[in-house]
Design a protein around this ligand. Structure first.
Ligand code: NAP
Length: 320
């Protein structure tokens, strides 16, 4: 009897959740959305898709070339501006530009998408500057941009969509990337709890691995090569010459196995966060996120340690 009651409660909970999740806003015509990092990848695709749906897209690009090619591919309603999320002056200029564009309406959506990944590799190969470089974009860029746009978001009772990663739930490699995405998870949770009083909603998108510039095998290898070349002879010796080759092989094998070319799986999540009446707190995008990385993040750490140690190459002077 109690089992049936429990099953009924579960069924009702799922049905109510599904019903709420499917409810969408009616019109996007006067809704302004600012997206960072629109030159390539998810940001570029999202800008074009929102533009087609009738959103008023304000696209932040890092380069003139990126801005020009996006502008050519979109309707005249989509407007671009140059913005470097690591540069406070550039952020201030973008905020003023957006303020003029949106007028009394305020900003309905802010998508913190801009990000960098390299260098990624064994922790011992890093310099402190490598961490600063990645966190300047992925962590402090997101925080500074969010704070700067909050008044405009409050005005429109808008929403913030922060692009994290499954590597913000499971730290699978060394370098600043995982750390920067963990900080985005924490920042987004505190932001969501603090701004809901003002009707501002905050969502986190956690993609698995997708084929974009961030996961480009040549640039990952070139960056790893730079780290290897600058190691002291003693450190290099402790890893051995085979280590670098095997590390690249494993990296390429995993990336070829899990990298999904269908970027729309990620932009669908971003779009839901902007279109739904009740955006979700977290979205996971991609089969590897749902079936591999997120379940693994709930496992005891020693199990993940054993699996990763079995997959990754061992240094020449390994003592275990
Ligand atoms: N691809 C994946 O597997 C994956 C998985 C999880 C999360 N993500 C996250 O998804 C987001 C988008 O990445 P993506 O995969 O679409 O790669 P992407 O194509 O490299 O997109 C990142 C964009 O950010 C821009 N950017 C870099 N530094 C910037 C700065 N200082 N200021 C403003 N813009 C800057 C880049 O401009 P340039 O092209 O001119 O350098 C690029 O347009 C990132 O936050 C990334 O961490 C990606």
């Amino acid at each position: 009897m109690w089992l049936y009651v429990l099953l009924l409660c579960c069924f009702l909970w799922v049905a109510v959740w599904y019903f709420r999740d499917q409810q969408m806003l009616r019109s996007f015509k006067d809704k302004y959305v600012f997206i960072t990092g629109c030159d390539t990848g998810f940001g570029n695709l999202l800008a074009k898709r929102l533009d087609k749906k009738g959103f008023r897209v304000l696209a932040g690009c890092l380069t003139l070339k990126g801005a020009d090619s996006l502008q050519r591919a979109a309707s005249p309603n989509l407007r671009t501006t140059l913005m470097d999320v690591t540069d406070s002056e550039s952020i201030c200029k973008a905020v003023e530009w957006v303020r003029t564009e949106v007028g009394e309406k305020g900003l309905f959506g802010l998508v913190n998408n801009a990000g960098v990944a390299n260098p990624i590799g064994p922790t011992e190969w890093m310099h402190i500057e490598d961490y600063r470089q990645v966190m300047a974009v992925n962590t402090f860029g997101v925080i500074e941009v969010s704070l700067a746009f909050l008044p405009l978001l409050k005005q429109a009772r808008g929403r913030v969509v922060n692009i994290s990663s499954v590597l913000g739930r499971l730290s699978a490699n060394g370098g600043g990337y995982c750390i920067s995405k963990y900080t985005i998870e924490a920042f987004s949770d505190s932001l969501r709890r603090d701004v809901h009083h003002f009707g501002v909603k905050v969502s986190i998108v956690e993609p698995g691995f997708f084929k974009t510039a961030v996961t480009n095998l040549e640039s990952l290898e070139a960056s790893l090569r730079q780290l290897w070349d600058r190691l002291s002879p003693e450190t290099r010796q402790s890893y051995g010459e085979d280590f670098f080759r095997n590390y690249v092989k494993v990296q390429n094998f995993i990336m070829n196995l899990v990298c999904d070319p269908d970027l729309s799986k990620v932009t669908n999540c971003m779009e839901h966060a902007l279109q739904a009446k009740h955006p979700r707190t977290r979205y996971s995008a991609g089969w590897d996120a749902k079936l591999l990385w997120l379940p693994a993040s709930y496992l005891p750490a020693f199990i993940v340690d054993v699996v990763l140690a079995a997959i990754l190459p061992k240094p020449a002077h390994c003592v275990r």
